[in-house]
Write a protein that binds this ligand. Structure first.
Ligand SMILES: Nc1ncnc2c1ncn2[C@@H]1O[C@H](COP(=O)(O)OP(=O)(O)OP(=O)(O)O)[C@@H](O)[C@H]1O
Ligand SMILES: [Mg+2]
Length: 334
């Protein structure tokens, strides 16, 4: 069996927001198991931090057990534990961190805190085989354009107010669609026929979305919801693609990795591709299941830390950081 052949394994725990997940990867970054449990939107209006944490605490034992069973492994076969340290909801983050600390302490395993966004970034660039990409991360927690420079992932542009995921989810809620609204808005937008001009917020390489949200909400009931959804998407995505194009000309990369939940949107992906084509740049994204939160992204970063010989964190120093930014994280493997 695999783990008896000198292979090393990292178990990753994700709990920043709606998803509690555990995954195991090996040192070739093969996914050995990948188990997730998402809090149902019926249980919470939007994401309620307390109810989400309760959900995570309830499902944690089963998710962990299932991940080990799927891998045919015992917890003692694991070589290290990684967990999402942030950014995210404090109460939810604490559940994942507590489970990780308990395993590390009881079974004397090295422990690696992982920045959730770095998880999206590294999983995407690694699986796509992109060596030095411009990364566009679009999710509920992030809307940023990043590039690796001087040992860290650096932000070249980002939203100055709400994220692209929030924009879609908040608009969706106003028309009675529960969280996550993004996929449903994509469907509705496909039926839109008329483009309505909306506030176009771009400042340098940065995006501004709250005026657009207000504008779209005010149109509800006055014109077809399909046309509003369509125009909202077209405007929001064009802003992002233009900001990406501006960043691209500054850092001159040959690849763009699109990641985070909103990367699953085909319209956004196609718009990004047409812009990139004009510059001779390749765009890549992962299959949908890897765009939304998962344990694999955390396990992969844990494995990168372990393989690069980076010092694990003592259990008593393994904290959570609700608002940590990508720039704060040293990347020893690039
Ligand atoms: N097809 C789609 N079109 C637009 N948005 C989508 C689509 N699919 C998912 N989303 C959006 O993606 C977001 C969820 O993304 P994800 O699971 O990566 O992250 P998050 O936990 O909200 O934020 P972060 O990863 O930054 O902590 C939600 O806002 C959801 O509406
Ligand atoms: Mg995420």
């Amino acid at each position: 069996l695999g783990w008896r052949m000198g292979r090393r394994y990292v178990l990753g725990i994700e709990s920043t927001a709606h998803t509690f997940a555990v995954a195991i990867v090996d040192d070739k970054l093969n996914v050995i198991s990948d188990v997730r449990d998402v809090v149902r939107s019926g249980e919470t209006l939007g994401i309620d931090p307390k109810l989400t944490a309760e959900h995570h605490a309830n499902v944690a034992p089963q998710v962990l057990e299932k991940a080990l069973n799927e891998a045919g492994m015992d917890i003692t076969d694991i070589d290290a534990v990684a967990y999402s340290m942030g950014p995210g909801l404090g109460p939810a983050l604490r559940i994942g961190a507590t489970v990780a600390r308990a395993i590390a302490h009881k079974f004397k395993k090295p422990l690696y805190p992982v920045h959730h966004g770095i998880g999206h970034i590294e999983l995407t660039s690694t699986l796509l085989g992109f060596k030095d990409p411009l990364v566009v991360i679009v999710s509920g927690g992030h809307t940023s354009i990043l590039s690796f420079n001087l040992g860290r992932w650096r932000t070249y542009g980002e939203t100055l107010d709400i994220t692209l995921g929030n924009l879609m989810d908040m608009f969706a809620r106003k028309i009675g669609i529960p969280f996550p609204g993004g996929p449903k808005i994509e469907e509705i937008a496909r039926k839109g026929r008329k483009y309505i001009e909306m506030p176009y917020g771009i400042k340098g390489n940065n995006m501004v979305y709250s005026g657009l949200l207000t504008y779209a909400i005010q149109l509800i009931g006055r014109t077809s919801v399909e046309d509003i959804a369509y125009s909202l998407q077209e405007t929001a995505f064009t802003v992002l693609v233009e900001a990406t194009e501006r960043a691209l000309t500054q850092v001159s990369k040959k690849e763009i990795g699109l990641t985070g939940g909103v990367a699953s949107n085909d319209r956004l992906y196609n718009m990004m591709c047409s812009m990139a084509r004009e510059h001779g740049v390749k765009v890549g994204r992962l299959e949908k299941k890897y765009n939304s939160d998962n344990g694999v992204q955390i396990a992969v970063v844990g494995m990168l830390y372990m393989k690069s010989g980076y010092a694990p964190v003592p259990v008593e120093e393994a904290v959570i950081k609700q608002r940590i930014r990508v720039e704060e994280v040293e990347i020893p493997w690039r």
